[in-house]
Ligand binder design. Structure first.
Ligand SMILES: Nc1ncnc2c1ncn2[C@@H]1O[C@H](COP(=O)(O)OP(=O)(O)OP(=O)(O)O)[C@@H](O)[C@H]1O
Ligand SMILES: [Mg+2]
Length: 364
């Protein structure tokens, strides 16, 4: 009892953000400072090809081993044993529904009926969660989120096997929005395009949060491979080219790279516009969306913002995922790096805001 009490009252580093993608494991630990939060550590460890595929953990022992290495290396420097995880978009089903105002009990069963109607997986084998986005007169707008139990349990198992304690697992688009949407924009309608190594997601954010998603056939690795073919250099060398505007002025490669990215960027912009239009939603009309914000490694592709803003017709910028860690002095991360850590930062930010007493007591 006394031992438990001692553990309970000691200061636990708040849970860290852990983003497992098809290519790497990324982590971010925030620490409380006098004003706001600082980033006390962050890192990325690449994982062997195929160990995670389209968000499914195919080689759990491999992933656990990598997580164990990370945890063992950083725990003495203050990496928490509590982790906040994200579930990749491919494995998460989100749907916004409207329901009349109901009692709590009626609401639960109405939600289940609506989920069965709207979510394309067997709910007997799924975890289902919901969040009330808006109460408007007699109507409730509710976000449903579901994922196959086996997928979620797979994520939990690799983390637990590495000696970590998963306290929250949430859809990655929610973590991305937490990083990208600034406090002063939180009532606007905007689009986030997360351009990762393996995939691109389009996220519709409105005054009540991230509530629409589509995936687009584009990725940073797709561009890297096109550049490999055109420049006839290895993928490793292509990855060393630093994506920024100056790259297009490079005397050796500039013109070739410009040629390679021209069509894929146009196709991406067209797909963005088509997807937003296909949502056919009042919040996300092209002329009511204030801004498009890009995140993920692919956000640094030269000329991408100009291409999207001119073809979609919405002002487009690169995101600044550390903007919400307000007041902290210790932010040893450039904006460019932070774009790769958008998800992990959003998860860590949630970790730093958890009510410790409630969350951690179950683990003491
Ligand atoms: N400054 C840069 N210069 C060149 N390439 C970059 C740069 N920054 C990122 N990249 C590319 O971005 C990709 C990594 O992006 P990111 O870390 O967002 O992907 P991921 O999270 O691993 O993948 P996903 O979320 O799609 O599963 C790699 O393909 C990398 O080559
Ligand atoms: Mg990613």
């Amino acid at each position: 009892m006394l031992e438990n009490l001692k553990k309970y009252t000691q200061i636990i580093p708040s849970a860290f953000g852990l983003d497992i993608s098809d290519s790497s494991v990324k982590f971010v630990q925030l620490s409380k400072e006098r004003r706001g939060f600082g980033i006390s550590m962050f890192g990325e460890k690449f994982i062997p090809e195929g160990a995670v595929s389209r968000g499914l953990i195919k080689e759990p022992q491999e992933i656990s081993k990598i997580l164990t290495t990370v945890f063992e290396k950083f725990k003495n420097s203050g990496l928490s044993e509590y982790a906040i995880l994200s579930l990749p978009d491919e494995q998460t089903f989100l749907q916004v529904i409207s329901l009349p105002f109901l009692s709590d009990e009626e609401l639960e069963s109405a939600i289940f009926v609506e989920a069965e109607r709207n979510i394309p997986i067997d709910l007997d084998d799924a975890y289902l969660d919901y969040f009330i986005l808006e109460k408007n007169g007699d109507t409730l707008k509710i976000l449903l989120a579901a994922a196959n139990k086996s997928v979620v349990d797979g994520y939990i198992k690799v983390v637990v096997d590495a000696g970590l304690k998963p306290v929250v697992i949430e859809p990655e688009v929610i973590a991305i929005a937490r990083s990208i949407v600034s406090e002063k924009e939180k009532n606007n309608a905007m689009i986030i395009i997360e351009l990762g190594a393996n995939r691109t997601r389009l996220i519709g954010y409105s005054n009540y949060g991230a509530n629409r998603t589509s995936s687009i056939d584009f990725s940073a690795e797709y561009i890297n491979n096109l550049v490999v073919k055109e420049l006839k250099i290895s993928l490793q060398e292509v990855k060393k080219l630093n994506w920024d505007v100056n790259l297009l002025q490079d005397p050796k490669y500039g013109a070739l790279i410009k040629k390679v990215i021209e069509k894929p960027l146009s196709d991406l912009a067209k797909a963005v516009k088509n997807n937003i239009t296909s949502w056919d939603s009042d919040e996300f009309k092209i002329n009511s969306i204030k801004r498009i914000v890009l995140s993920g490694g692919g956000a640094s592709i030269p000329s991408i913002t100009e291409k999207i803003s001119s073809l979609v017709g919405i002002p487009t910028d690169i995101g600044n995922p550390i903007q919400n860690i307000r007041g902290g002095k210790n932010i040893p991360m450039s904006q460019k790096t932070s774009l790769l850590f958008t998800t992990a930062l959003g998860l860590a930010f949630r970790g730093s805001n958890l009510d410790e007493r409630n969350i951690y007591k179950d683990f003491v």
